[in-house]
Design a protein around this ligand. Structure first.
Ligand SMILES: NC(=O)c1ccc[n+]([C@@H]2O[C@H](COP(=O)([O-])OP(=O)(O)OC[C@H]3O[C@@H](n4cnc5c(N)ncnc54)[C@H](OP(=O)(O)O)[C@@H]3O)[C@@H](O)[C@H]2O)c1
Length: 245
């Protein structure tokens, strides 16, 4: 590869939940570094806007609509997307409520999107990566996996499960050329979460501010690239130091 060739040239990446926030920033970052990006989300208009911004900047991207909480749509997505080299399991959401009144359907929806979807996506896409003896999977976890936060039991447990999947998959696939890591953000400026709560969490961090989605995408891009070739099974916090204090 020449010194001037973008490092992800020739790689195909799929980013779930890429129609806004961290996923959109990640899709733009991977495309800017040469990857062909499949933008996945549920909203056609927002998907088209992300693709347009990437192509306007000279990158390559296309949108595939899928609700990853529905296993049948994951099967269809696998067919539509074809083989990929990079999978970013980013789609997710947080519903905060007291445990005693937490609606059962919300618990099941949290599990379906935040845990079952990454599991089924890896099961669907990893065989081709293993065959090529090359692949990078990056999961978007959360520092909420390690913090006891009142009202966040379901969300925190779902992210702790994703961190556990990361370690198991690193063991399962590492000998066959596929690396698996988690980026665990702290408070990030996106449409997720009550902005007041996000600011409160940020105020308790040494850096004392909320992150921009691009600051999370930087680490995802590194973990997706060959520059992180000896890193697997890791959960790396991008949290302004919140988890350290
Ligand atoms: N913001 C934070 O402070 C923070 C902190 C730690 C971790 N995270 C994690 O970062 C990830 C991204 O969140 P964000 O902050 O960027 O929030 P966001 O702006 O609300 O983006 C969430 C994305 O996920 C997509 N999505 C949700 N459910 C989906 C489903 N069932 N199928 C397909 N796409 C789905 C949404 O797409 P559509 O609505 O267009 O379908 C949207 O693009 C999440 O996993 C979240 O838990 C966020």
């Amino acid at each position: 590869m020449s010194e001037h060739t973008p490092e992800l040239t020739g790689r195909r990446a799929l980013v779930t939940g890429a129609t806004s926030g961290i996923g959109a920033a990640t899709a733009r970052h991977l495309a800017a570094h040469g990857a062909e990006v499949i933008v996945v989300g549920r909203d056609d208009a927002r998907g088209a806007a992300v693709v347009r911004r990437i192509t306007d900047a000279g990158g390559t991207a296309r949108f595939v609509r899928a609700d990853v909480g529905d296993p049948a749509q994951i099967t269809a997505l696998r067919q539509e997307a074809g083989d990929i080299d990079i999978l970013v399991n980013n789609a997710g959401f947080a519903l905060w409520a007291p445990t005693e009144t937490f609606p059962r359907e919300d618990l099941e929806a949290t599990w379906a999107t935040n845990v079952r979807a990454p599991f089924l996506l890896v099961a669907a896409f990893v065989p081709a990566m293993l065959e090529n003896k090359n692949g990078a999977i990056v999961n978007i976890g959360s520092i909420a996996a390690d913090l006891g936060m009142s009202g966040a039991a379901a969300y925190s447990a779902s992210k702790a499960a994703l961190h556990a999947l990361t370690r198991a998959w690193a063991a399962e696939f590492g000998g066959r050329g596929v690396r698996v890591n988690t980026v665990a953000p702290g408070p990030v400026r996106t449409s997720m979460g009550d902005p007041e709560v996000v600011e409160q969490i940020a105020a308790a961090a040494p850096l004392g501010r909320v992150a921009e989605p691009e600051e999370i995408a930087e680490l995802v891009g590194f973990l997706a690239s060959d520059r992180s070739g000896y890193i697997t099974g890791a959960t790396l916090d991008v949290d302004g130091g919140r988890n350290a204090v």
